[in-house]
Design a protein around this ligand. Structure first.
Ligand code: 13P
Ligand code: SF4
Length: 365
């Protein structure tokens, strides 16, 4: 096979040039390629997506797509899931390999295995604890959950996943996002006193035997750096200025923010809720900036105002790495018959991770 077109030739292309070339490459590839775009993608990339969605919707699309190439405009764990759920002859591609997720990096297999061993000094985790990993995690953590009777969750099915988990065993170890775990469990009626935070930097997670025994859910001390920017004071000042306004937040936002919000849900839920609201409504939205700005533009004609929750500009810098230059580089290589930036999960890991993902899909609405 001839060598791939080097990325350096693409780095200096203007966005306008990329735009035309992306359209041309997509036309040349036809049904052989599908572009999946997460809602946090920048406009210049998002407009080329064949399908958009939250993590659950995009996972399902990857699992059912017939395309030879699945080009994922999102972050690394999403392209891994696409590889795991698609057929072996399909190829999952991430246009820039540096597009990771800082929250996903807060849990790794060694630390989770250590936590499992340390929990084992207090109780039998394989009999008492269901491990649940947020989809924002590496494939080996999904495989760990598959192997230990656990499963994956996303922001849109966390409640169903926790219901299932507690039906199997009396405790849950939830990683890597403490906020999604806490916000979901609290809304299901679990008091904060029955939750414990596992500090992975400390022996035994920094917990006593009594704390572990009492906890119904043990929350890994991870968080999303984008969503932790949102604070209750932002909601208070919005409500003072706009008493009729509505507040909606992603469940990765801190507990107090979600408590003060009128609605909490996934990116797809946020978009649907705001789009379906009455004309003239004003919204304060606690999720990533590209989504919020696009929603504002889309709803402007109906007289809706959609505001970003934080006064500080905070984008997901890793989602932002997928730019038109990398997308055109990826697609033109495919046109030439060359695959660049394929994401391939090792078969042994992929099998167990698939089990954890399939358990999730079975319990998802
Ligand atoms: P969604 O599944 O709600 O799109 O969330 C993904 C994500 O990474 C949010 O930060
Ligand atoms: Fe990860 Fe946060 Fe970016 Fe979502 S917004 S991909 S959780 S860093």
């Amino acid at each position: 096979m001839a060598t791939a077109l080097a990325y350096e030739q693409f780095d200096t292309l203007s966005d306008e040039d990329c735009d035309e070339r992306i359209v041309a490459a997509k036309r040349a590839l036809g049904k052989r390629v599908v572009i999946l775009g997460h809602h946090y993608q920048r406009d210049e990339v998002f407009r080329h997506a064949d399908f958009s969605g939250d993590s659950l919707k995009l996972s399902r699309l990857a699992a059912t797509s017939d395309a030879e190439y699945i080009v994922f405009c999102g972050v690394h764990f999403m392209a891994e899931v696409a590889d795991i759920l698609s057929r072996p002859d399909q190829v999952s591609i991430l246009p820039d390999l540096a597009a990771g997720c800082s929250m996903a990096d807060m849990a790794n297999l060694a630390a989770v295995e250590r936590a499992w061993r340390e929990l084992g000094r207090v109780l039998d985790p394989d009999a008492r604890v269901t491990p649940v990993t947020y989809i924002n995690s590496a494939a080996d953590l999904k495989a760990f959950c598959g192997e230990h009777g656990g499963l994956v969750c996303t922001s849109s099915n966390a409640r169903r996943v926790l219901e299932w988990s507690w039906a199997q065993r009396d405790k849950v170890l939830f990683f890597p996002d403490q906020h999604l775990g806490r916000n979901t469990a609290y809304r299901m009626g679990v008091p904060l006193e029955d939750m414990a935070v596992w500090d992975y930097a400390l022996p035994n997670g920094g917990l006593t035997r009594e704390q572990i025994e009492r906890a119904r859910i043990i929350l890994w001390k991870g968080f999303c750096s984008v969503h932790q920017m949102f604070q209750p004071v932002h909601i208070d000042s919005f409500r003072r200025e706009h008493p009729d306004g509505k507040v909606i937040a992603h469940p990765e936002a801190p507990f107090e923010v979600c408590q003060k919000s009128d609605y909490v849900g996934s990116t797809e839920f946020i978009i649907k809720t705001v789009r379906e609201s009455a004309p003239g409504t004003r919204w304060l939205v606690g999720t990533e900036l590209n989504l919020v700005n696009r929603l504002h533009e889309q709803c402007r004609d109906e007289g809706k105002v959609v505001e970003f929750m934080s006064p500080t500009v905070c984008m997901c810098s890793t989602m932002f790495r997928i730019d038109p230059q990398h997308l055109v580089w990826t697609l033109e290589n495919l046109v030439e018959g060359r695959i660049v930036n394929q994401i391939k999960v090792a078969p042994a890991e992929a099998g167990l991770a698939r089990l954890a993902l399939e358990r999730m899909l079975e319990v998802s609405p």
